[in-house]
Design a protein around this ligand. Structure first.
Ligand SMILES: NC(=O)c1ccc[n+]([C@@H]2O[C@H](COP(=O)([O-])OP(=O)(O)OC[C@H]3O[C@@H](n4cnc5c(N)ncnc54)[C@H](OP(=O)(O)O)[C@@H]3O)[C@@H](O)[C@H]2O)c1
Length: 245
């Protein structure tokens, strides 16, 4: 699936779902660049991922505009596929007043909205048209609710509509993949113990929690030339954990 030898940029590509996405594109012959804050984590992933081209790494905090501007010279001049995968689990609600609430919401905004919006703004002039693809990672939390984190992922769904409107006339698309629970990433870390896994498994219709490869398959489809007529959409990928949307 998908044209090979494309230039693919993946935020948060050093771990979890992003890493599986990177391996998938690299495996089909694409030139992959992975971004994240930890250079050592990125380098280790790049060494392990097999493909026709070496995986490029760029260490950058995508919530900081100046860092993105500085990283632009290390990023590819042409981008065929941009995967906005970087994000972080919501800040747990603890007792506190309005000051703490404001800090929590700002942190979840910095962690989940800014990396996607800023990286896209920065790379938009380099996105191939026609044929360019932007695929963003949302969350079931956007549809089901989960405090500030869910609200931030919902913001990305609305933002994606505007991006699709911008790109559509130029033959490029923008879509969101919406995972349910996915095990084996840093996202839940030790929180995903056996009991939690069993609870999450029971919520699905297929009797399995998601794997990073399941999400990578959905991303690869929306990034493929075959998906040219799908834009401004979101694709649920949750094993049936939620029906009807
Ligand atoms: N796992 C799930 O069940 C699940 C469910 C629904 C949606 N999602 C979404 O899927 C995406 C991937 O999550 P995951 O489960 O694979 O978790 P993960 O292993 O924690 O991956 C997140 C990645 O994003 C990077 N990142 C975070 N903030 C960044 C920043 N400011 N600048 C640059 N890179 C940043 C992290 O690297 P550094 O820490 O090195 O920066 C990390 O590699 C996220 O958007 C998440 O919200 C996950």
């Amino acid at each position: 699936m998908g044209g090979s030898d494309r230039s693919v940029v993946i935020s948060g590509g050093g771990t979890g779902i992003g890493r599986a996405i990177a391996a998938r594109f690299a495996g089909q012959g694409d030139k992959v660049t992975i971004l994240g804050r930890r250079a050592d984590v990125l380098r280790a992933a790049a060494q392990e991922i097999e493909g026709a081209h070496p995986v490029q790494v760029v260490a950058v905090d995508l919530s900081v505009p100046e860092e993105i501007e500085q990283s632009l010279r290390e990023l590819p001049e042409r981008v065929d596929v941009l995967v906005n995968n970087a994000g972080r689990r919501g800040t747990p609600v603890r007792a506190g007043g309005l000051k703490e609430a404001a800090e929590r919401w700002r942190r979840d905004f910095d962690n989940n909205v800014l990396p996607t919006v800023l990286l896209t703004e920065a790379l938009l002039p380099r996105l191939t048209r026609p044929g360019g693809r932007v695929v963003t990672l949302g969350s079931l939390a956007a549809l089901r609710g989960n405090g500030a984190y869910g609200a931030m992922k919902a913001a990305l769904l609305a933002w994606n509509h505007t991006l699709a409107q911008q790109l559509g006339p130029h033959g490029a698309t923008a879509n969101v993949v919406v995972p349910g629970f996915v095990a084996g990433t840093e996202f839940f870390g030790a929180l995903a113990d056996r009991e939690e896994l069993a609870r999450r498994r029971a919520q699905t219709l297929v009797g399995e929690v998601g794997k990073p490869d399941d999400i990578a398959a959905a991303v690869a489809f929306l990034a493929s030339p075959e998906a040219r007529y799908i834009t401004g959409e979101f694709l649920n990928c949750n094993g049936g954990a939620m029906l009807g949307r």
